[in-house]
Design a protein. Structure first.
Lengths: 258, 360
């Protein structure tokens, strides 16, 4: 069973000076799976992504990538090189560089100083970048300063950069936050396309958006796993309704949240 | 946007560069020996500015310690020149401090090429060590800048304190020959000028290569968002270390040329004030453009020398005024002025387009 899991978070706890942002969280991601991570504000979803990509070191627990590699001991850039890509909540692209340049440096390649000093943009690299530009709908803006793009376009550019990294796992933090409905639809399409090729973890608030995907949902609450299952199962769950709607039921108080 | 086609704009830029190079190489025909020597000094400063622009303009790391790298290059060359003047015996200032024998670390500096190698290697090594301990520990921004200032203070204190080995406050001066040629003769000076021009052009081309490469793009990416670079899979610390080292080596080369033109190096020429001045040249000329940095260094120093001869009393006020004017009206420096104008033109063109396609 463990062999097919590309990512295994085992009893992960993150303690920020006494505040436990994540407490004994378990998460198993299969190869090629699209997983949504939802939960109210402060549930620890983003912290969980931070742990997986190395931004935050867990106080205890293990995160295993590809069955063997313990990534809690690695540095951010090493984890990125292993094949875990991260898209942050606020679009973080390189504003003073052109769209094409953003993609060029993100592209999967040798990342040593020597290699980049003498790197040439080969025909196939160019084709790759062009293909990515088309996929994220920025083919006419390749020469634009990335800082001049709209919010939605920046988000897509960042997704595009991540895809060119060719990671095994993509971690997306609220990819549709601040997007118009049209942009959200387009992002949804993009996600569908990507999900065919890679494993994805998406942190999302927008329930409508999550409903568009028939995939597994993990609900977090106060740093713990609350419920895991399909969207329907999750929505029928009383405890989930409680944390989202604030209803208190006597039966829930005694129930554990393991 | 597909790269490197010979667009009219590119051709104009190339013509501009060729004209500038031609002007520099033919300057000895039009300028007096005194002015030529001044110009040579300014060109050496322009070389420092190029190196400084690499780390500040393109990587976003502000170093207020480049006077030291410049100075270490200068001292290496000065040691050679001093030894050649004294014929291998301990130089005069050592005798004044009671030192009878040439210290061991001075001895290899009798060799010109060893001195040149050290003038590049020592600043580079110092930068590498400093960079290793700072960038690897993610010390950056103001904190890094303060550390570079500390480096300046430590080094100048050391140079002044160890008078027997370094010449103290007076520095090292009193040279006679370089590789056997009289250092004061107009012919030697002219040759040194040509060497400086060649070095400037060579380093300019090298810097162009560096920023044009993907390495340079990663540097700009670090300037825009160091953390993001990390999550793409680059280790920014290594890149910062390398570019800081390159920058220091370039400053060392400039320092060596400076000593050959000016004939003296002393701690006051590499202290806090000169280090900050170097940053100002880049700021005034336009950080983030190589030509701007080089022009800034030449223009500022030219203005300084003109103002101070024309108005010995009030030249500092003029310099201050110049700073204020540039900072207020040209936030991106002199080179930024050009792109500001271009941008304005483009904006006008875009407006036309907007009228044609109201939907856009």
């Amino acid at each position: 069973m463990k062999e097919s899991a590309i990512l295994l978070c085992d009893d992960v706890t993150v303690d920020f000076d006494g505040f436990k942002a994540v407490q004994g969280m378990n998460l198993k991601l299969e190869k090629g799976e699209l997983r949504f991570l939802i939960g109210p504000n402060g549930a620890g979803k983003t912290t969980m992504l931070d742990v997986i990509c190395g931004k935050v070191r867990p106080t205890s627990g293990r995160v295993t990538f590809g069955g063997t590699v313990d990534i809690t001991k690695k540095k951010e850039h090493q984890i990125a090189e292993l094949g875990i890509g991260r898209k942050f909540q606020a679009p973080s692209i390189f504003p003073s560089m052109t769209v094409a340049e953003n993609l060029e440096i993100a592209m999967r390649q040798k990342r040593t100083v020597f290699a980049t000093l003498f790197a040439k943009l080969a025909e196939e690299d160019r084709a790759k970048i062009d293909g990515q530009l088309t996929m994220i709908g920025l083919e006419n803006k390749a020469g634009w300063r990335a800082g001049g793009l709209s919010h939605g376009e920046k988000q897509w550019l960042e997704i595009g950069m991540m895809l060119l990294q060719e990671p095994e796992i993509l971690l997306l933090d609220e990819p549709v936050a601040g997007m118009t409905d049209k942009e959200t639809d387009k992002t949804g399409e993009l996600l569908h396309q990507i999900a065919r090729m890679r494993s994805i973890v998406v942190v999302e608030h927008d329930m409508e958006f999550v409903r568009n995907f028939a995939s597994k949902v993990t609900v977090m609450h106060e740093g713990r796993l609350l419920k895991e299952g399909t969207m329907d199962e999750v929505q029928r769950d009383d405890r989930v309704a409680e944390v989202y709607l604030g209803k208190r039921r006597d039966a829930d108080v005694s129930r554990s949240t393991a | 946007m597909r790269l490197q086609k010979f667009t009219p704009q590119r051709i104009w830029i190339l013509i501009g560069y060729a004209a500038a190079a031609a002007a520099l190489f033919s300057a000895p025909l039009f300028v007096s020996d005194f002015r030529l020597n001044l110009l040579a000094k300014f060109l050496a400063f322009a070389i420092v500015a190029l190196g400084l622009d690499l780390i500040w303009g393109f990587t976003g790391i502000l170093s207020l310690g480049h006077g030291i790298f410049f100075g270490l290059g200068a001292y290496a060359m000065a040691m050679y020149l001093k030894l050649e003047a004294s014929g291998g015996r301990p130089p005069d200032f050592m005798g004044w401090s009671g030192l009878k024998e040439l210290p061991l670390f001075w001895q290899p500096f009798q060799n010109f090429w060893f001195a040149v190698a050290m003038g590049i290697a020592i600043p580079a090594l110092l930068a590498l060590v400093l960079g290793y301990f700072t960038f690897r520990n993610r010390i950056r921004g103001v904190y890094f800048t303060i550390l570079t200032q500390a480096l300046v203070i430590i080094t100048t204190t050391l140079l002044i304190g160890q008078q027997a080995f370094t010449g103290g406050t007076n520095g090292i001066t009193g040279y006679q020959t370089v590789l056997g040629y009289s250092i004061g003769s107009p012919d030697t000076k002219r040759v040194l000028y040509y060497i400086t021009v060649a070095a400037l052009i060579g380093i300019f081309v090298f810097c162009r290569f560096v920023i044009g490469s993907r390495f340079g793009k990663v540097l700009r990416a670090i300037r825009d968002g160091e953390n993001r670079v990390r999550f793409i899979g680059y280790n920014p610390a290594v890149y910062q270390m390398v570019v800081f080292t390159i920058s220091a080596a370039i400053a060392g080369i400039a320092g060596m040329l400076f000593v050959l033109h000016v004939g003296i190096i002393s701690p006051s020429m590499l202290g806090i004030v000169p280090s900050i001045e170097m940053v100002l040249w880049v700021a005034i000329g336009g950080r983030g453009t190589l030509i701007g940095a080089a022009l800034g260094a030449i223009l500022m120093n030219w203005a300084k020398s003109e103002f101070s001869t024309a108005y010995p009393e009030g030249w500092l006020f003029f310099m201050g005024l110049l700073f204020v004017v540039v900072v207020v009206f040209m936030p991106k420096g002199v080179a930024g002025l050009v792109s500001q104008l271009k941008f304005r033109k483009k904006r006008r063109e875009q407006k036309h387009e907007g009228v044609r396609n109201p939907a856009v």
